[in-house]
Design a protein around this ligand. Structure first.
Ligand SMILES: Nc1nc2c(ncn2[C@@H]2O[C@H](COP(=O)(O)OP(=O)(O)OP(=O)(O)O)[C@@H](O)[C@H]2O)c(=O)[nH]1
Ligand SMILES: [Zn+2]
Length: 316
């Protein structure tokens, strides 16, 4: 090839971002170490310029085999997983940080035990995924620490609502094949509280010790926060998984007291029985939803989640 490296532009996916440097993987699976520069263009608006999952066009700046470049253009994002920035640690003026983009599926990872099964987080996550119009997969890890029957009983409300569930043990390897099938051909973002076993699980899935797990960095059973950057990893059965930082604060900016109910689809049937047409299903008398909870037709714990999330919404 006689093409000079200065003019050669290449398309690729950002698979890793750290400290202002980006790993971009091109079609031939070459990995380019890239940075942005003043000329980096995008139509994505004033959010994070480059993030893991972005499709970008790069220009080689190195000779031959060195694979270094600058990002020339960031293509429009099909989807974006965002969170509020930590104001105290934030030197830029952006309020929203894009953690990952172009995701096909959100995977909430919880553990059956140690830390205890967190159903409240699942509910929050389902609202978030719903408001982002993103398919969601619930992954229950550490099944080796629980009785399967009791676990399935606790999770039944989600199975009944039609959400896909996957039971796995990253430790024993049980359920890993089934999970690989559910991830095949898609870009999936993994999220969940620290210590549920995301890194261990992803290592299992990709079949190599790529991610640092808590055990290596500290002998601490509380689960220290070890994952700080989003990384995109390719799966043996096709598809990618993005490991996102342990997100506590989802940005529920698309959710209002008016539309929250849509992500509790089991409420819909009873909403017609409310005494007030504008019923928020919180404190109003004659609320059909509250009556259905009383009668045991709606899971009381799910209703509590609804009330808790409702309380945190700050409508304009
Ligand atoms: N018993 C059991 N332990 C597991 C399983 N998967 C992970 N662990 C353990 O759980 C602890 C936390 O695992 P990590 O993979 O570091 O958890 P993480 O979710 O990546 O945590 P952060 O990186 O902090 O977000 C480690 O001690 C793992 O060995 C499992 O399936 N069963
Ligand atoms: Zn009501």
């Amino acid at each position: 090839m006689s093409m000079s490296p200065e003019v050669m532009e290449i398309e690729g996916f950002v698979t890793e971002a750290r400290g202002g440097m980006y790993i971009v993987r091109d079609e031939a699976f070459n990995e380019w170490l890239c940075r942005t520069y003043r000329g980096t263009r995008t139509d994505n608006g004033p959010s994070s310029l480059v993030t893991v999952g972005d499709l970008v066009r790069i220009k080689a700046t190195s000779q031959e085999d060195e694979h270094e470049g600058v990002i020339v253009f960031v293509y429009p994002r099909q989807s974006a997983l965002v969170r509020k920035r930590d104001i105290r640690r934030n030197r830029s003026k952006e309020k929203i940080q894009v953690i990952a983009s172009n995701i096909d599926q959100l995977c909430v990872v919880v553990s059956a035990d140690d830390p205890p099964l967190n159903l409240r987080l699942i509910d929050r996550y389902l609202v978030f995924a719903g408001s982002e119009q993103m398919p969601v997969l619930i992954i229950i890890n550490k099944t080796d620490l629980a009785r399967q029957k009791e676990l399935e009983e606790e999770m039944r409300v989600y199975a009944d609502l039609g959400y896909p569930l996957c039971y796995v043990s990253a430790e024993s390897g049980e359920g890993i094949e089934a999970l690989l099938d559910l991830l095949s051909g898609k870009i999936s973002a993994f999220s969940g509280h620290s210590g549920v076993g995301k890194s261990t699980l992803i290592n299992r899935l990709i079949g190599e010790e790529r991610l640092k797990t808590a055990e290596i960095s500290a002998g601490n059973s509380r689960g220290v926060h070890t994952t700080t950057n989003a990384v995109m990893l390719s799966l043996p059965g096709g598809g990618y998984v993005i490991d996102t930082p342990g997100i506590r604060e989802f940005n529920l900016s698309g959710v209002t007291s008016e539309n929250l109910r849509f992500w509790f689809p089991e409420f819909l049937e009873s909403m017609g029985n409310c005494a007030y047409s504008s019923c928020s299903h919180t404190v109003e008398p004659g609320c059909g939803v509250a009556q259905a909870v009383e009668a045991g037709r709606i899971d009381a714990r799910r209703y509590e989640s609804y009330l808790a999330i409702f309380d945190t919404l700050d409508d304009e």
